[in-house]
Design a binder for this molecule. Structure first.
Ligand code: B12
Ligand code: SF4
Length: 415
């Protein structure tokens, strides 16, 4: 048996609920017979100072192993190898000094994973300012996304779509409701609504559970009927990724959706009382001022239908994306994350005042970094786009909510 201490490092923005990745990893390690403890330093009241962390887990600088991709099997096998039960070279997706083992591929049978709830007791409620078990703010119904947006960095979960059975998800929700005050959550899936038959089964299983949830979905997978079923199953809001309001740019970034479709989806969602957050990004490589202006103008066009717009949204060329590979040499940002200071997004607002919302919506460190060497005119127009997203969202927050609509701000977000 190996003894593990998982540490989630402190983050500028605090995270107020147990980390889903550590729940999956902790549960997998326990099932494999290892002993686990953890510390979520991103929680508001968790120890954050190095001295306090070292007191719990004697730390040395550096690392001996690196795990790539989904970690459940690899980490458990690494522990077995450290216990002398298997050869290090047999642990796929593991790298170490003198060894780079082949990748294991994506985990295919998600229902076979140990339940993440088996590790919920490892999170101390006091880290989150609570006295009893805090439920996670997100669950997973699937991993992966079949789309191929050129800017998306979902390397860990990848393009291969895998999903859990509807019954297993409903069971997990029932168990959480029995163990905690669990009433609302987000599905953290890359792309929630893939597969019509799957969606209908899942909505049937969720209906009647007395829960409220949100998700992120691709507009191509949403129609009026699916949205209606989602609403009946407790869905309160959907984040949809559009990213550009310009038809040519939508093709260039491989978004796989048209402007007309997005407007239709927004209209259906509004009709049904679903809070639809529209995600738009700015600063694509070689984006012309006219293309950028089209997106900025689109904000006003979508505003009567969308319930909110995402905060920030200036493109970052993350490693592993097509945009990074194609443009890194020309713009000189190869391995920027090793050579430059980390991008430190400033914390999101906790107050609903207009100045705070404005500050947070426009406060995009990627604009200052200017990866794609945009001209001053581009930068000014992007600022105008950020302002318009803020104002349109703030107007919505101020307006009396339609039945079923809950005002909420875009989280720091996945895109
Ligand atoms: C929820 C979420 C957030 C939440 C996190 C809240 C919380 N309590 O978890 C918030 C809103 C804070 C957030 C913020 C950001 N996010 Co985010 N987020 C996600 C999201 C939707 C789900 C994460 C999740 O729980 N996945 C489920 C778990 C099971 O998977 P996992 O986390 O990948 O963990 C597995 C492996 O990574 C690995 N693993 C993880 N930890 C460890 C540790 C060890 C020791 C080992 C061996 C293995 C291992 O094993 C795990 C199990 O298989 C993902 C997209 C996605 N579907 O994964 C994006 C995602 C991770 N986010 C992303 C981004 C870009 C951001 C932001 C930078 C956005 C921004 N511009 O501000 C910030 C960064 C915040 C930070 N300080 O790091 C990108 C990451 C891109 C990249 N390559 O770095 C993703 C992939 C979305 C995307 N497609 O672009 N995010
Ligand atoms: S941005 Fe969204 S739709 Fe596009 S590949 Fe990534 S997860 Fe899929």
């Amino acid at each position: 048996m190996a003894r593990l201490f998982l540490i989630n490092p402190p983050t500028d923005e605090t995270v107020r609920s147990p980390l889903l990745s550590f729940m999956y990893l902790g549960a997998a390690l326990r099932r494999a017979g290892h002993e686990v403890a953890l510390l979520d330093c991103s929680a508001p009241f968790a120890p954050k100072e190095l001295a306090e962390i070292v007191e719990r887990a004697p730390l040395e600088q550096g690392f001996d192993f690196s795990v790539s991709g989904e970690g459940e099997e690899t980490l458990a096998e690494l522990c077995d190898a450290l216990d002398g039960k298997r050869d290090l070279h047999s642990v796929r997706s593991l790298a170490f000094k003198g060894g780079l083992n082949p990748p294991r591929g994506f985990l295919l049978d998600l229902d076979a994973l140990a339940s993440p709830l088996d590790a919920l007791d490892l999170f101390d409620p006091r880290w989150y300012g609570a006295t009893k078990t805090v439920p996670p703010s997100g669950l997973l119904a699937s991993r992966g996304c079949p789309a191929a947006c050129t800017f998306c960095s979902n390397n860990v979960t990848g393009r291969r779509f895998r999903y859990r059975s509807a019954a297993a998800i409903a069971r997990e929700i029932r168990e959480l409701a029995a163990r905690t005050d669990f009433v609302a959550f987000s599905f953290f899936d890359d792309s929630f609504a893939v597969g019509r038959r799957r969606m209908l089964e899942l909505c049937d299983a969720l209906a009647g559970l007395q829960i409220s949830w949100t998700c992120t979905a691709h507009p191509a997978h949403l129609d009026r009927d699916i949205l209606r079923r989602m609403k009946q199953a407790g869905c309160g809001g959907v984040d949809i990724g559009m990213e550009s309001g310009d038809p040519q740019m939508l093709l260039r970034i491989g978004k796989g959706v048209t402007v007309e479709r997005v407007l239709e989806v927004l209209g259906w969602a509004k009709e049904l009382g679903l809070h639809c957050m529209l995600n738009l990004m700015f600063g694509w490589p070689d984006e012309t001022l006219a293309e950028l202006q089209t997106t900025v103008d689109f904000i006003e066009k979508a505003a009567p239908l969308a319930a909110a717009f995402n905060a920030r949204g200036v493109l970052v060329p993350y490693p592993g994306t097509q945009i990074y590979d194609e443009h890194r040499a020309r713009f000189g940002f190869s391995e920027w994350w090793l050579r430059e200071e980390p991008l430190r997004y400033r914390p999101f607002p906790s107050s609903w005042s207009l100045p705070e919302v404005k500050r947070a919506y426009a406060d995009d460190v990627a604009l200052e970094r200017n990866f794609f060497r945009l001209s001053p005119a581009h930068l000014e127009l992007i600022c105008e786009g950020l302002r318009r997203k803020t104002e349109a969202t703030y107007r919505k927050l101020q307006a009396p909510a339609a039945p079923g609509w809950e005002p909420r701000l875009a989280a720091a977000g996945a895109r």
